[in-house]
Design a protein around this ligand. Structure first.
Ligand code: NAP
Length: 240
């Protein structure tokens, strides 16, 4: 089974590389997803059976400040991958990594795969448009999730009043490997079994000296406040 991973140098990608040990992981330089020629060249020569699309521009502030780039990478980049996969005759299984942030983020809503998205910022909007792009390709699973790498929190403080059913990146990678065994079509939520704040997540990741922060102290693009997911189509995972 030939597996190709985009975004393999990223937080999730590094865990994917450990789970999919023999996967082919072109770097951003080797395959710029925003460049259709580059996408065609790499994918048509490798001919993957499974393509896990984890490359994206994920910074909420960066996407808001450079909407053109965010659209080019997150939407057109995904469309480029879909267009190329349509040219392959092996019906490659596409996994598109989406986010719990496509939802409005109501407290304790625990969004399922059937709920209607309502993005709060440009990043989330582009991720939702990426979902729509993959819908033109039949053999696709859209995975919505929420995670952090299991390492020192990258900011000095973490929100005590922003919530999610988080997993660590390695847990999401394990979930993706489970998905690849069954190859469901449509939307799947890979959710942790426990709703927690980002601050609790940072502590769980081992960041003892991270500070507390409330949303009222934040000054930036609108955020999804409660990213908690539930699932009607998949199992839940325990964060560990
Ligand atoms: N982090 C989260 O909390 C979260 C939650 C839910 C869903 N997701 C989704 O999960 C996926 C992975 O997120 P992540 O946190 O692992 O992101 P990340 O750490 O920021 O990594 C993003 C990856 O995308 C690559 N990339 C960016 N632009 C590219 C381009 N034009 N062509 C090729 N590669 C490009 C980056 O390579 P370079 O660094 O070399 O540019 C990097 O490998 C994304 O689709 C994201 O939307 C993330």
């Amino acid at each position: 089974m030939k597996v190709l991973v985009t975004g393999a140098s990223g937080a999730l990608g590094q865990s994917l590389k450990k789970v999919f040990r023999n996967s082919f992981c072109p770097t951003h330089k080797e395959m710029d997803i925003a460049n259709p020629k580059s996408v065609n060249k790499v994918i048509l020569s490798y001919k993957p059976d499974i393509l896990i699309h984890a490359a994206a521009l994920v910074g909420i502030r960066e996407c808001e400040e450079d909407k053109q780039k965010a659209w080019a990478v997150n939407v057109e980049g995904t469309q480029n991958i879909v267009n190329t996969l349509k040219k392959l005759d092996n019906n490659c299984y596409l996994i598109y990594m989406s986010t719990a942030c496509v939802f409005a983020g109501e407290h304790n809503k625990f969004y399922t795969e059937d709920d209607v998205p309502s993005p709060k910022n440009y990043y989330s909007l582009t991720k939702l448009c990426g979902e729509i792009a993959t819908r033109q390709y039949g053999n696709t699973c859209i995975i919505r999730t929420n995670f952090a790498p299991k390492q020192q929190w990258k900011y000095p403080k973490a929100f005590t009043d922003r919530f999610g059913t988080y997993l660590f990146a390695e847990g999401v990678a394990k979930g993706i490997s489970d998905v690849c065994k069954k190859k469901p079509i449509g939307i799947i939520h890979i959710a942790g079994g426990k709703r927690m704040s980002m601050y609790e997540l940072a502590l769980l990741a081992g960041s003892r000296n991270v500070g507390r922060m409330a949303l009222k102290e934040y000054n930036g693009p609108p955020l999804t406040v409660d990213m908690s997911l539930s699932t009607k189509r998949w199992k839940k995972y325990r964060i560990k």
